[in-house]
Design a binder for this molecule. Structure first.
Ligand SMILES: Cc1cc2nc3c(=O)[nH]c(=O)nc-3n(C[C@H](O)[C@H](O)[C@H](O)COP(=O)(O)O)c2cc1C
Length: 164
């Protein structure tokens, strides 16, 4: 009998997404200038790739506006969201929150999210297409760590740390 959870079987996309959702992550906003206006995209596919040099990666879906926007800029921002920034996460994940005043702050032309736990200003060094996403790898030019409690994503839902 074929195993439905192998690529050879009838691949169950829902079950596959559910399995991937068991990897608990933080939540970031990738931001880049789209002409004169800042564009943000919620992303949890954010990875530290190398410490020396300091390289990070964001995996960006080809259907997103960010995929177009990031190709037009040299630098982008990544902000790690705090636990009280769920509304901002939804806003930049295709669910615009009416009346939300997005707290962008400028660092040398790169827009970052005020109130985030940490900020990174990244200069793109490589872009690798991989399936329906492109992996944007870049060198961190500037960072700031503010600390605080993170917004988490697990099992398809936002979570908060219980303790600690
Ligand atoms: C918690 C969470 C994490 C996400 N992570 C990613 C990601 O890493 N890469 C991605 O391309 N989309 C990710 N998305 C989906 C995008 O945020 C969503 O498609 C968004 O509408 C794209 O914005 P844009 O088309 O305005 O650029 C995530 C959504 C959520 C809610």
């Amino acid at each position: 009998m074929s195993d439905p959870n192998t690529i050879e079987g009838v691949f169950d996309t829902r079950a596959y997404r559910d399995a991937l959702g068991l990897f608990a992550t933080g939540v970031t906003i990738m931001s880049a200038m789209d002409g004169d206006s800042p564009h943000g995209m919620t992303a949890n596919a954010f990875v530290s790739v190398s410490l020396a040099p300091p390289l990070v990666l964001v995996s960006v879906g080809h259907r997103s506006t960010m995929h177009r926007v990031v190709q037009g800029v040299d630098r982008y921002g990544v902000s790690i969201l705090a636990e009280d920034q769920e509304e901002i996460s939804n806003h930049f994940a295709g669910r615009p929150q009416p009346g939300l005043a997005v707290p962008f702050l400028d660092h040398d032309g790169v827009q970052l999210l005020d109130g985030a736990l940490a900020h990174f200003v990244v200069r793109t060094t490589d872009a690798h297409a991989a399936g329906d996403h492109t992996l944007y790898i870049g060198e961190v030019e500037h960072f700031r760590s503010n600390g605080g409690r993170p917004l988490l994503f697990f099992g398809g839902r936002y979570r908060r740390l219980d303790a600690g």
